[in-house]
Design a protein around this ligand. Structure first.
Ligand code: FES
Length: 106
């Protein structure tokens, strides 16, 4: 399944992901810039912050309260479409998912 990462400058990287992996892990494996994932996916850093593309916002589920708390600490502004990419797991429904990497996570 494919995940597209769009950088702040508009450049895109399409990565082949594995079902069950997180959007963060998929990015880190492929060396996508801007997704640092300092804490390795334990919801303790917010350096894996992404904005889910509007077309996919309904499919990625809802944020937990602890995810929201951590997003509050993210460098880039938190919006309705903000997610910690370590908390979004790839499922068949998410094939083709597109996310935007925030500028200030660098
Ligand atoms: S990798 Fe640290 S919160 Fe997602």
């Amino acid at each position: 399944m494919k995940v597209t990462y769009i950088q702040p400058d508009g450049s895109q990287q399409v990565v082949e992901g594995i079902e069950g992996d997180s959007v963060m892990q998929t990015a880190v494996n492929a060396g996508v810039p801007g997704i640092i994932a300092e804490c390795g996916g334990s919801m303790a850093c917010a350096t894996c912050h992404v904005y889910v593309d509007a077309a996919w916002a309904d499919k990625t589920g809802t944020r937990s309260e602890s995810e929201e708390d951590m997003l509050d600490c993210a460098m880039a502004e938190m919006t309705d479409r903000s997610r910690l990419s370590c908390q979004v797991r790839l499922t068949a429904d998410l094939d083709g998912l597109t996310v935007h990497v925030p500028e200030d996570d660098f």
